[in-house]
Design a protein around this ligand. Structure first.
Ligand SMILES: N[C@@H](CCC(=O)N[C@@H](CS)C(=O)NCC(=O)O)C(=O)O
Length: 223
């Protein structure tokens, strides 16, 4: 039996969704973020040394890192579903988006989260203006323009086909859901980018997406 070690409001929501789409039975072991630091509890380090989510166990196997988990689950249980055929242009696009989600789209969004927190952190009064000025500068000179660059790029790509890898829904769309939901919650993604907003509407309407939400509990990133 597959166990998904699921941290609330996290990337592991994608793994629950993928398992629902594949119709593979699984159990969910829930972990709660620390409400002050937002970090995962140390108990998760007993599953994998980094103590991050998602991580799954399947018999004697432990697989961490969401892209690797997607590859493992589709390869072991997919029977060709949710992955374009080898050697097609769609397969190359699929591989690209599978890596792009964590490798390129997430870093500027994570930086924004960190600097937003610095700005709102309770700091000593003599430090506060400097911390806020540095944070605002980092956001306006680098982070904001990078997020815009990526959102424009993704919007343009979804103007070419309905889903990221082509005309069919694939596991790359599941992988891409997290950066787009994070961008909608706190990265400035709004109705000015209709293709991306329509993508979010389409995925949220999928019954397996809904079922995964029921299994994983509240998912605040959706805002
Ligand atoms: N690139 C990794 C990122 C894993 C990651 O940072 N997960 C976050 C949840 S979204 C986490 O575990 N945060 C809690 C912590 O770092 O303690 C993946 O895609 O699996």
């Amino acid at each position: 039996m597959i166990t998904v070690h699921h941290l609330n409001n996290s990337r592991s929501q994608r793994v629950l969704w993928l398992l629902e789409e594949l119709g593979v039975p699984y159990e969910v072991k829930c972990y709660e973020r620390d409400s002050a630091t937002m970090l995962a509890p140390v108990a998760l380090r007993a599953v994998h040394p980094l103590g991050k989510s998602p991580v799954i166990t399947d018999g004697a196997l432990t697989v961490a890192e969401s892209g690797a988990i997607v590859e493992y689950l589709t390869g072991r249980y997919g029977n060709g579903r949710l992955v374009p055929a080898e050697g097609t242009p769609e397969r190359l696009r699929y591989t690209y988006w599978l890596h792009y989600a964590e490798g390129s789209a997430m870093p500027p969004l994570l930086l924004k989260l960190v600097f937003d927190r610095i700005e709102s952190a309770p700091l000593p009064f003599f430090v506060r203006p400097f911390a806020r000025a540095i944070s605002r500068r980092a956001k306006s000179s680098f982070i904001g323009p990078q997020i815009k660059l990526h959102l424009d790029f993704m919007e343009g790509e979804l103007a070419k086909s309905e889903w990221f890898a082509g005309n069919d829904f694939t596991a790359a769309d599941i992988q891409m859901s997290f950066p787009l939901e994070a961008a909608a919650a706190r990265g400035g993604l709004d109705a000015s980018r209709p293709k991306l907003m329509a993508f979010l509407e389409r995925i949220h309407a999928r019954p397996d997406y809904q079922r995964a939400l029921e299994r994983g509990g509240m998912y605040e990133l959706l805002s």
